[in-house]
Design a protein around this ligand. Structure first.
Ligand code: FE2
Ligand code: FE2
Length: 269
C-alpha cells in the first residue's frame, strides 16, 4: 500500500473511532428497556426474523477471520476490524436477548441454534481485498436497510423494545457503511478504473452473507422475504445511495448497461 493511502486510511479510521467513542457507544444492559417487554404477547414473524438475522450475525468469527486474514497487516484496517467485531458482537447478543427475555425462545433453543449455525462455515465470496472491501460496504448498507424495515414492522405491531434494538444496531450498520464508503472513495482516488470495475462486479453479484448457510431452508427463504429487498428495492435503497455517496452514477460503471444490474438477492425465492 502506498504511503498516501496508508495515511488516508488511518485518518479515516481515527475519525470513525472518535465518532464511535464519543457518540455511538451503547450498552446492551442499560440502553434497552428490557423491563418494558410484554412477555404475554409474542409475534411469530418478528421472532423468526430476529432469529434469522441473529443467525447471520452469528457468523462473526468467520467474518473476523476473513477480515484479519485480508487486512490484518495494515494498522488502520486491522484496528477497524477489531473495533467493528466488538460492535457486531453486540448485534447477535441484542437479538438473542430479545428472543430470550420475551420468552419466545428458551435458553436451550438459543444454544442449539447457535451450535447449528456455527457448525457451518462462511467463506468469503470474493478473492481480492478490494472486492471484499466493496462487498463490506454493500453488505453493511443492506443490513441497515433490513433492520430499518424490521424496526418499522416492530413499531407497526407495537413492539417498542424490539424496535429499539433494531434502532441501535441499525445505527451501527450505518456507521460501518459510511466508513466503508470512505475507504472505497480513497480506493477510487488511488485506482479509479480498477475500483470501478470491482464495484460494478460486486454490485451485480452481491448476495446476503450466510444466506445459504442458515440451518432451515424455510428460514433462508424467510430471510430474503422478510428483508423486503427485491431487485427494485436493491437498486433504489442500496445501489443508488452507494453510487451517490461515491459521487458516481450508473454510467460510470463499466460493463453491460442493459439490463441494469440485478442483484442475486432474490433469485432463488
Ligand atoms: Fe451487525
Ligand atoms: Fe455492521
Amino acid at each position: 500500500m502506498n504511503k498516501e493511502l496508508r495515511e488516508s486510511f488511518h485518518r479515516a479510521y481515527m475519525t470513525f473511532f472518535e465518532n464511535a467513542e464519543r457518540t455511538r457507544r451503547w450498552n446492551l444492559f442499560n440502553d434497552i428497556d428490557w423491563d418494558a417487554l410484554d412477555t404475554s404477547r409474542g409475534d411469530t414473524e418478528l421472532a423468526t426474523n430476529a432469529e434469522t438475522f441473529c443467525g447471520v450475525e452469528l457468523f462473526l468469527p468467520d467474518y473476523m477471520n476473513t477480515h484479519l486474514e485480508l487486512f490484518g497487516r495494515n494498522y488502520a484496517q486491522a484496528w477497524f476490524a477489531v473495533n467493528w467485531g466488538y460492535e457486531e458482537s453486540k448485534h447477535s447478543l441484542a437479538l438473542r436477548e430479545y428472543l430470550r427475555r420475551s420468552g419466545q425462545r428458551t435458553e436451550e433453543q438459543l444454544h442449539d441454534y447457535a451450535d447449528t449455525v456455527l457448525a457451518q462455515r462462511w467463506e468469503r465470496p470474493y478473492e481480492t481485498p478490494r472486492e471484499m472491501l466493496i462487498y463490506g460496504m454493500i453488505q453493511e448498507l443492506t443490513t441497515f436497510v433490513v433492520y430499518r424495515s424490521q424496526r418499522t414492522l416492530a413499531l407497526k405491531n407495537d413492539h417498542q423494545v424490539l424496535a429499539d434494538v433494531y434502532r441501535l444496531i441499525g445505527r451501527d450498520e450505518m456507521a460501518h457503511t459510511k466508513f466503508y464508503q470512505h475507504m472505497v472513495a480513497l480506493l477510487l482516488d488511488d485506482d479509479r478504473e480498477g475500483t470501478l470495475a470491482d464495484l460494478a462486479h460486486v454490485l451485480r453479484t452481491f448476495r446476503m452473507p450466510a444466506e445459504q448457510l442458515l440451518p432451515d431452508p424455510g428460514a433462508r427463504t424467510a430471510l430474503m422475504r422478510s428483508t423486503g429487498i427485491d431487485g427494485r428495492v436493491y437498486l433504489r435503497d442500496i445501489v443508488a445511495p452507494t453510487l451517490k455517496a461515491l459521487h458516481l452514477t450508473r454510467h460510470d460503471l463499466p460493463g453491460p448497461k442493459q439490463p441494469p444490474p440485478v442483484p442475486a438477492l432474490d433469485r432463488e425465492n
